[in-house]
Design a protein around this ligand. Structure first.
Ligand code: GRF
Length: 186
């Protein structure tokens, strides 16, 4: 039975946002950490913490075939909310419809600025004084659903994409657990 306070976190890589969501969980429980990359570093960390994990290599599978299997795994763990945390794969319209209004994502820019990839390089190239991160509801349109929360971060003179990424990541780790906690209560 889907329970909105049971969260499935989807990752593809190191999973630093997933770790922040686990360590600062408040009002929700992490039911599953799932990945489309069986070697994602974050999976090992989650297993070591005693969390349930699921992984399936997505390469070579059709989008919907992968998404149907992932959806079944999420259901099997009674999760009712899905948090994307560096999940580097666009979800199929089928999956988004199946979980409509119950999927959230963190994006490293102040949306609606810089949807998609390379946000830090684009913010620096534009000469912006401020960047940040946004948590939003996932819809069929990339990085475009309802905004749930944002945090601003200054861009310092001499910032590179690496230094800006670090500063924004620290803001992501503070923002995401807070917003997810509010989202599961509403
Ligand atoms: C973060 O910058 C997040 O905003 C973006 O992908 C990156 C994931 O990093 N969606 P991590 O795997 O959480 O460390």
């Amino acid at each position: 039975m889907r329970d909105v306070k049971r969260v499935a976190i989807l990752i593809s890589g190191r999973g630093s946002n997933m770790r922040a969501l686990v360590e600062q969980s408040d009002g929700y429980e992490v039911a599953l950490v799932a990945s489309n990359k069986p070697d994602a570093a974050g999976l090992e960390w989650a297993q070591a913490r005693g969390l349930q994990t699921w992984a399936l290599e997505s390469k070579g599978l059709s989008k919907e075939k992968f998404d149907r299997q992932m959806s079944a795994a999420i259901e099997a763990h009674d999760a009712g909310t899905i948090a994307l945390a560096g999940f580097m794969r666009i979800l199929s319209p089928w999956f988004v419809a199946q979980w409509r209004g119950r999927i959230v994502n963190i994006h490293p820019s102040l949306l609606p600025k810089y949807r998609g990839l390379d946000t830090h390089a684009r913010a620096i190239a534009a000469g912006d004084a401020v960047s940040g991160c946004s948590v939003h509801v996932v819809t069929e349109e990339l990085d475009a659903g309802e905004l749930l929360g944002q945090a601003e971060v200054p861009i310092e003179p001499g910032d590179t994409t690496a230094t800006l990424e670090q500063r924004v990541l620290a803001a992501e780790h503070a923002l995401y657990p807070k917003v997810l906690s509010e989202f599961v209560r509403r």
